[in-house]
Design a protein around this ligand. Sequence first.
Ligand SMILES: Nc1ncnc2c1ncn2[C@@H]1O[C@H](COP(=O)(O)OP(=O)(O)OP(=O)(O)O)[C@@H](O)[C@H]1O
Ligand SMILES: [Mg+2]
Length: 316
Amino acid sequence: MGMGVNTLAELNSRVDQAERLRRIVSDLKQRSDEIIRENSQKMNHSARLIAVTSGKGGVGKTSVTANLAIELSRLGNKVIIIDGDLGLANIEVMMGIVPKYSLYEMIRLDISLSEVITEGPNGVKFISGGSGIMEMASLDRQKFQRIINSLSALDRYADFILIDTGAGISQNVTNFLVAADEVILVTNPEPTSITDSYAILKFLDSQNPQCDVKVVVNMVEGLSEANEIIRRLNAAAERFLNIKVKNLGYIVEDNNVSKGIKIQSPFVLSSPRCDAAKNIKDIADRLVANKENAYGTTEGVKSFLARLYRAFSTTT
Ligand SMILES: Nc1ncnc2c1ncn2[C@@H]1O[C@H](COP(=O)(O)OP(=O)(O)OP(=O)(O)O)[C@@H](O)[C@H]1O
Ligand SMILES: [Mg+2]
């Protein structure tokens, strides 16, 4: 009587109940295993952080950065552009976007990371560095750690972070070059551009020799002119430096590039079938395929920022 099992029917129902419970627990365990697995994959994910630079100004860094970002995004990658150029807000104008805040506000006014991210064309995200990047150097360790921690969220989000660095061997640019795992060096056929590119290679050779350097030759007539420039850069690098230079591709001189800039629409969108757009597609494919030197550490953004902080702190 009372608490005991009275009938066979009741007994059966209790067995059923126990069986149901066991199944629920096992389902739960399976699901939580999946969640843990998913998150540990996410935690291991880190963005490829690539500095886009050039020896000489005006050779097409910003144009390459904007169009390459869109193409990478089309290939299914999550892409963030950081404008590291302290000069004019080139990228913003080229992509036709108006960011509300920059890293400066994030650092000085405690604006959240999501508020400094602006959505650009094709899902490409944009962060304006402004003077915020220099500002980081003046932070105390604790504040810097906080900024690093919030910026590290970008690793989980992005597959590629492209930094448009500005030109030449000025401190603002070289600090990025010291910190970057990968560099895209944009050059054009002008002799001065080639010499200035060599100066960047020389700098990287002494300051960041394990860095992976990939050259894009812009504004050429075609493949043979591009190959000739790569050959000359490589010959000089092989003779005088230890650093290896990879050929990432070329972009022909094409009116659609400046047409796109005028209407504030990157040419891969406004003239998707033009020659320059085809060239950008090849460059994007090659960049995605070429990952052997992308470090892929678990702390891509974190270690980059730490190195950047060190570079700025020792030079300012
Ligand atoms: N493949 C190309 N064909 C024709 N014109 C081009 C090409 N690439 C760039 N240009 C032109 O060169 C100009 C400079 O390009 P861009 O602003 O991208 O250079 P940059 O290296 O970012 O310059 P800065 O050093 O001033 O930041 C642009 O106005 C653009 O019209
Ligand atoms: Mg530029």
